[in-house]
Design a protein. Structure first.
Length: 120
Protein backbone atom coordinates (compact mmCIF):
# COMPACT_ATOMS: atom_id res chain seq x y z
CA UNK A 1 0.00 0.00 0.00
CA UNK A 2 1.48 3.30 -1.03
CA UNK A 3 1.77 5.87 1.72
CA UNK A 4 0.10 9.15 1.15
CA UNK A 5 1.79 12.31 2.26
CA UNK A 6 -0.26 15.00 3.79
CA UNK A 7 0.29 18.26 2.05
CA UNK A 8 0.87 21.21 4.25
CA UNK A 9 -0.69 24.48 3.22
CA UNK A 10 1.77 26.84 1.61
CA UNK A 11 3.39 29.13 4.15
CA UNK A 12 3.24 32.79 3.47
CA UNK A 13 6.05 35.06 4.59
CA UNK A 14 5.18 37.23 7.57
CA UNK A 15 3.71 40.58 6.80
CA UNK A 16 6.37 43.29 6.70
CA UNK A 17 6.59 45.42 9.80
CA UNK A 18 5.99 49.08 9.37
CA UNK A 19 9.32 50.85 9.59
CA UNK A 20 9.00 54.46 10.51
CA UNK A 21 11.19 57.28 11.61
CA UNK A 22 10.56 58.94 14.94
CA UNK A 23 7.29 58.08 16.58
CA UNK A 24 5.04 55.59 14.85
CA UNK A 25 2.36 58.26 14.34
CA UNK A 26 4.77 60.64 12.65
CA UNK A 27 6.08 57.94 10.32
CA UNK A 28 2.63 56.67 9.45
CA UNK A 29 1.43 60.20 8.78
CA UNK A 30 4.34 60.83 6.48
CA UNK A 31 3.40 57.73 4.48
CA UNK A 32 7.02 56.73 3.83
CA UNK A 33 8.99 54.17 5.74
CA UNK A 34 12.70 54.33 6.46
CA UNK A 35 13.63 52.03 3.58
CA UNK A 36 11.68 54.12 1.08
CA UNK A 37 13.40 57.25 2.35
CA UNK A 38 16.82 55.59 2.08
CA UNK A 39 16.07 54.31 -1.42
CA UNK A 40 15.19 57.84 -2.50
CA UNK A 41 18.43 59.21 -1.04
CA UNK A 42 20.97 56.59 -2.18
CA UNK A 43 22.57 57.67 -5.41
CA UNK A 44 21.41 61.25 -5.08
CA UNK A 45 24.01 63.98 -5.51
CA UNK A 46 23.78 64.78 -1.78
CA UNK A 47 24.41 61.17 -0.81
CA UNK A 48 27.31 60.78 -3.21
CA UNK A 49 28.91 64.00 -1.97
CA UNK A 50 28.53 62.87 1.65
CA UNK A 51 30.10 59.48 0.88
CA UNK A 52 33.04 61.17 -0.86
CA UNK A 53 33.50 63.54 2.07
CA UNK A 54 33.35 60.73 4.63
CA UNK A 55 35.86 58.70 2.62
CA UNK A 56 38.21 61.70 2.49
CA UNK A 57 38.07 62.17 6.26
CA UNK A 58 38.45 58.47 7.07
CA UNK A 59 41.44 58.03 4.77
CA UNK A 60 43.22 61.18 5.90
CA UNK A 61 46.58 60.83 7.59
CA UNK A 62 47.50 57.77 5.54
CA UNK A 63 44.76 55.47 6.86
CA UNK A 64 43.10 52.89 4.66
CA UNK A 65 39.30 52.98 4.57
CA UNK A 66 39.12 50.02 6.97
CA UNK A 67 41.51 51.73 9.36
CA UNK A 68 39.42 54.89 9.13
CA UNK A 69 36.26 52.97 10.00
CA UNK A 70 37.97 51.55 13.07
CA UNK A 71 39.24 55.02 13.98
CA UNK A 72 35.67 56.36 13.73
CA UNK A 73 34.41 53.62 16.05
CA UNK A 74 37.17 54.34 18.57
CA UNK A 75 36.42 58.07 18.45
CA UNK A 76 32.70 57.44 18.87
CA UNK A 77 33.02 55.58 22.15
CA UNK A 78 35.88 54.57 24.38
CA UNK A 79 33.72 51.63 25.52
CA UNK A 80 33.35 50.18 22.00
CA UNK A 81 35.61 47.31 21.04
CA UNK A 82 35.17 46.46 17.37
CA UNK A 83 35.64 42.83 16.43
CA UNK A 84 35.98 42.81 12.65
CA UNK A 85 35.74 39.58 10.71
CA UNK A 86 39.10 38.81 9.18
CA UNK A 87 39.92 36.15 6.62
CA UNK A 88 43.50 36.85 5.66
CA UNK A 89 46.77 37.70 7.35
CA UNK A 90 46.83 40.92 5.32
CA UNK A 91 43.51 41.99 6.85
CA UNK A 92 44.83 41.28 10.35
CA UNK A 93 47.95 43.32 9.63
CA UNK A 94 45.92 46.21 8.18
CA UNK A 95 43.61 46.36 11.18
CA UNK A 96 46.50 46.04 13.64
CA UNK A 97 48.20 48.95 11.86
CA UNK A 98 45.13 51.05 12.62
CA UNK A 99 46.30 51.17 16.22
CA UNK A 100 49.26 53.30 15.14
CA UNK A 101 46.84 55.94 13.80
CA UNK A 102 44.52 55.82 16.81
CA UNK A 103 40.99 57.26 16.85
CA UNK A 104 39.84 60.12 14.67
CA UNK A 105 40.55 63.53 16.15
CA UNK A 106 37.58 65.40 17.56
CA UNK A 107 37.58 67.63 14.45
CA UNK A 108 37.65 64.65 12.07
CA UNK A 109 34.88 62.93 14.03
CA UNK A 110 32.76 66.11 13.93
CA UNK A 111 33.25 66.34 10.15
CA UNK A 112 32.03 62.77 9.65
CA UNK A 113 29.04 63.31 11.94
CA UNK A 114 28.10 66.49 10.08
CA UNK A 115 28.27 64.67 6.76
CA UNK A 116 26.21 61.78 8.13
CA UNK A 117 23.60 64.15 9.54
CA UNK A 118 23.05 65.54 6.07
CA UNK A 119 22.00 62.16 4.71
CA UNK A 120 20.08 60.72 7.65
Amino acid sequence: MASQRQRRPARRPPAPATRTTGSSRAGAAAGRDVVEQADALVGSPEWLAAIDGIRDVLTSGGRTLSQGALAWLWARSRATIPIPGLRTVAQVEENAAALAHGPLTSDEFAQVEKLLAGVR
